[in-house]
Ligand binder design. Structure first.
Ligand code: LLP
Length: 385
């Protein structure tokens, strides 16, 4: 929520910035914790979605574990309260340096994506005189029904080991003496709102579990990855993600064996709706048939619309009436730098504040300095109340 007093305080601030509503974040995290407890599911927050210190501390402080995609994310997670022995280290291109960082830190496990990666981790762990706990990321060949750039679990994607390579995989695991096999990992994609996708993933997980068990591997954990979607259309009314629906789907479609654990790696769902980009209108351009509100933020502040054709709710905070139809565009000299086409919203004026909602996930972390513009800073609601 952007309160009137918050709006007042924006007058003193340079725009654009990311405004974090910490009450929304805390409520979301609390809902996750209570629901996960109820269903016996363990979550590892995907640090890539938002890695601001205060966001990480809020999540780690609630007892949620971490999923890291790089060595630097591991270092950051450790510095912000996540315990090493709860970290899952993912990533399709873990470098030798990152593998060493992870082994030294004592992460819980590596989610391994290829046979070559298993061999490299085995060799490095052997050289360090340690055993590396690993899970195998299998390619489930499940369509996440989301944008093609954030689909990861179909046969043609670069991620995970496909079932046709399992014979070689089992032989490699048997050979690699410095690896400790723990379980199976999958991730179908991001912004998944159709629970049937998760139901399908659960079925695949059970099938894979059977295959591994038949070949003598003790599957201690199943990990369905991240991907839980949020409501980008109505983020102000419906900001809580459907973690209950996900956990229910899991409990209905997987029966765990004694001692087995089930894990998920949510990123977006935990942080997307706690942040709004606050921006000012620099100019209003009147076209022949169209009007444009030109903002002081752009695709360098939030790349999702330009990169994934993502739609974020855009709102004129300064003027609610009269209503007009116009496009809301960014300040970068590229036509893809558009936040809303044909928006029906409060008439725009130079200096009006605009909010771009649901910017907490893959917003600030994907900022860049294109055109040598400054990076948009974070402003936290706790600091301006
Ligand atoms: N686990 C793995 C192995 C992943 O690759 C990802 C995201 C996650 C978990 C977390 O997924 P989430 O719950 O956040 O959907 N920049 C894109 C999203 C890229 C997601 C990459 N992997 C976007 O802005 O939509």
């Amino acid at each position: 929520m952007i309160t009137q007093s918050a709006l007042q305080s924006f007058n003193r601030m340079e725009t654009p910035f990311f405004y974090y509503d910490m009450d929304i974040l805390r409520a979301t995290v609390e809902k996750f914790v209570s629901t996960l407890d109820k269903y016996g599911v363990t979550a590892h927050y995907a640090v890539k979605a938002n890695s601001n210190d205060r966001i990480l501390k809020t999540i780690s402080g609630a007892g949620i574990k971490a999923e890291c995609a790089t060595g630097n994310e591991i270092t950051l997670a450790l510095a912000n309260g996540f315990a090493a022995d709860g970290i899952f280290f993912d990533g399709v291109a873990k470098t030798d340096k990152e593998i060493i960082t992870a082994l030294k830190a004592g992460v819980e496990l590596f989610n391994c994506e290829s046979i070559q990666e298993l061999e490299v981790i085995d060799a490095i762990a052997g050289g360090m005189g340690v055993k590396a706990a690993i899970a195998v990321r299998v390619n489930p060949d499940v369509d996440a029904k989301t944008h093609k750039y954030i689909t990861t679990g179909t046969e043609e994607d670069k991620f995970g080991i496909s079932s046709w390579a399992f014979d070689e995989l089992f032989a490699t695991l048997a050979r690699c003496r410095n690896l400790q096999f723990t379980g199976i990992h999958m991730h179908a994609g991001s912004q998944i709102t159709d629970m049937n996708v998760y139901a399908e993933l659960c079925k695949k997980a059970s099938e894979f579990e059977k295959l591994f068990t038949q070949r003598g591997f003790d599957v201690k954990l199943l990990n369905l990855g991240g991907g839980l979607g949020v409501d980008y259309e109505k983020p102000l009314d419906n900001w809580m993600p459907d973690i209950e629906g996900l956990c229910r789907t899991i409990s209905q479609n997987i029966s765990l064996k004694p001692g087995q654990t089930i894990h998920i790696e949510p990123g977006r769902a935990m942080v997307a709706n706690c942040a709004h980009i606050i921006s000012r209108v620099v100019y209003v351009k009147e076209g022949l048939k169209k009007k444009f509100a030109i903002l002081d933020c752009g695709m360098h502040t939030l790349i999702r619309p330009a990169l994934y054709q993502a739609s974020h709710k855009v709102e004129n905070l300064s003027c609610r009436e009269p209503l007009e139809k116009y496009d809301v565009v960014g300040c970068v000299c590229e036509s893809s730098d558009t936040f809303a086409k044909g928006l029906l919203g409060g008439a725009p004026h130079r200096g009006d504040f605009f909010a771009i909602h649901s910017a907490g996930a893959y917003g600030q972390v994907m900022n860049m300095r294109y055109l040598q513009r400054d990076l948009a800073p974070a402003v936290y609601s706790d600091d301006i109340k």
